[in-house]
Design a protein around this ligand. Sequence first.
Ligand SMILES: Nc1ncnc2c1ncn2[C@@H]1O[C@H](COP(=O)(O)OP(=O)(O)OP(=O)(O)O)[C@@H](O)[C@H]1O
Ligand SMILES: [Mg+2]
Length: 234
Amino acid sequence: MLKLTDIHTYYGESHVLHGISMTVGQGSVVALLGRNGMGKTTTIRSIIGFTPPREGNIRFKDQDITNLKPYHIAKLGMGLVPQGRNIFPSLSVRENLTMAARRGSTNGEWSLERVYRQFPILEKRAKLKGNLLSGGEQQMLAVGRALMTNPELLLMDEPSEGLAPLVVRDIGFIIVRLKKKGLSILLVEQNLPMGLGVSDHVLIISKGQIVYESSPAELKKNEEIKIKYLCATE
Ligand SMILES: Nc1ncnc2c1ncn2[C@@H]1O[C@H](COP(=O)(O)OP(=O)(O)OP(=O)(O)O)[C@@H](O)[C@H]1O
Ligand SMILES: [Mg+2]
């Protein structure tokens, strides 16, 4: 589905990603874990084309997308749930969703009705302005908005950030449900239990490099790695 090969990404002269390689298989959830400022969002920006890599290669559904524009990449079937959600505060829930809809959506694809079925709370809040939602509801809206573009691959940038533990658990359930529907997901997280709970494969990024990669079960047992790269003991 998605394959990064040795990508190097810069902000001006600042070299941030130093040769990232990773694969997200069809229908799988891959968690990219790492502390603040290690390059998680930069990896996502590189994939979606906001900050294209200066070296290396990105393939999506067997097509080279390394130098394509973001709108073109999105159109190929990639959805983004950005860090901090970025919903439109002055638009209603319904407007936030409908403005993301792709033209010509047909049966079986995501529609307003289908997003409401998946997240009944959004239908209840349909007329409320985005900024009146709770953090968890805003996160659901951000996911719903990405689904309205009918993605095959969803990039999620720290969906648990700033949410209470019970709400984080709900977001985890949502990820598992979406995977069951056949979506492939790249989940960027600092929240280790969340990353371990929903993923098929985990990678750790530190200072712009992948420093560890395993099954979630293996990382769960590896106290040394968790302390060294994630400051976590869970
Ligand atoms: N627009 C930018 N211009 C210059 N440097 C940037 C820019 N955005 C990020 N950086 C730097 O790139 C590095 C990686 O940042 P990035 O946002 O990818 O980290 P992150 O892992 O997503 O962190 P967080 O968990 O805090 O979101 C950091 O050193 C950061 O200061
Ligand atoms: Mg980030």
